[in-house]
Write a protein that binds this ligand. Structure first.
Ligand code: ADP
Ligand code: MG
Length: 298
């Protein structure tokens, strides 16, 4: 089965009425697109090189491999045009258009409670557990790629952006320097072979940011994210990576004074330098704090 359905792609694209932009990442632009009264998220990846084309096709293949799942953005269609690739996805509507990311919710409603943060982790763990069972490692877990289905308190978290993801080879580690500085696990930075534990590492930073309630940190979140390895928000990637390699980060007592020990223990374990010490997705799904039985109140 080809990754892209190439039957009259221009006709297909013309069926969608393009709307507001939802977001822009390293490789594509995502817009609301309406067809027969239903709104979707359309990701357009411009063709630039053979490598880009191969990556876009792989992204569709990976997304197909993990779809459908309640906590992963659903792929509706993918097609190839002469100058670009188009992915039609179920629309995550965090509320208003373009307020789709988990972290927009902090800007709109203030900091997350521990319970709400734990529930984000639970849902990401469900997505990762599913992806791992399908032999997929995401490699780019970060705030920008955690979306919300709607504007309510009961919104589900949807993991998006399989543009950096990989199929895990049989009996062999995954290789390649993929991800984003500040979220990339030390073994990836070092160029070692690695496995799904890199996704556990990457989840540590967003969890920490979700629980950081101090106003200074909140300001950073409003401005686009707070990262434990870049607390000032202004460090160059090599500096951030050096901090990751030496596990150099701390809970600012002003931000974490009222955060439970269980939550802090979990972040510390997720950010372990040694991959085998990090909780796996199934460990997370058995974790008391994640699943809501922790003794500490928000
Ligand atoms: P890139 O590979 O360029 O980072 P992403 O797939 O991460 O592209 O999409 C970029 C942004 O577009 C996301 O961070 C998010 O804000 C928005 N977005 C992506 N997919 C959807 C979707 N299905 N529904 C709503 N918004 C989306
Ligand atoms: Mg992205």
């Amino acid at each position: 089965k080809p990754s892209f359905d190439a039957v009259e792609p221009e006709k297909k694209l013309a069926q969608y009425e393009m709307g507001a932009e939802l977001g822009q990442g390293a490789f594509g632009v995502v817009k609301i697109a309406t067809k027969s009264g239903v709104q979707y998220a359309l990701k357009i990846v411009k063709k630039r090189s053979k490598l880009c084309d191969a990556m876009a096709e792989k992204e569709a293949e990976l997304l197909r491999a993990v779809s459908p799942h309640d906590n992963i953005v659903g792929l509706v269609d993918a097609f190839e045009l002469p100058t670009e690739y188009a992915f039609v996805m179920d629309l995550a509507r965090g509320g208003e258009a373009s307020r789709v990311q988990v972290f927009d919710r902090i800007c709109d409603n203030g900091p997350f409670s521990e319970r709400a943060a734990a529930d984000v982790v639970r849902q990401v763990a469900l997505a990762l557990d599913h992806a791992n069972k399908r032999g997929v490692c995401h490699r780019d877990i970060k705030p920008e790629n955690l979306l919300l289905t709607d504007g309510s308190d009961k919104a589900n978290v949807k993991l998006c952006d399989f543009g950096c993801a990989a199929f895990i080879p049989k009996d062999q580690p995954v290789t390649g320097r993929w991800g984003t500085a500040g979220y990339m696990a030390p073994e990836v930075i070092r160029g070692d072979g690695y496995g799904p534990a890199v996704d556990s590492f990457s989840l540590g930073a967003p969890l920490l940011a979700l629980l950081a309630v101090h106003s200074r940190v909140l300001l950073f979140i409003l401005l686009g994210g707070y990262n434990p390895f870049d607390p000032g928000g202004d460090s160059a990637d090599p500096v951030i990576e050096k901090r990751v390699l030496s596990n150099q980060w701390a809970f600012d007592p002003e931000c974490f004074g009222s955060v439970s020990k269980e939550a802090k223990d979990l972040i510390t374990k997720l950010l372990s330098t040694a991959p085998e010490r990090r909780p796996t997705s199934s460990d997370l799904l058995a974790n008391k704090w994640v699943m809501g039985n922790a003794s500490a109140a928000p």
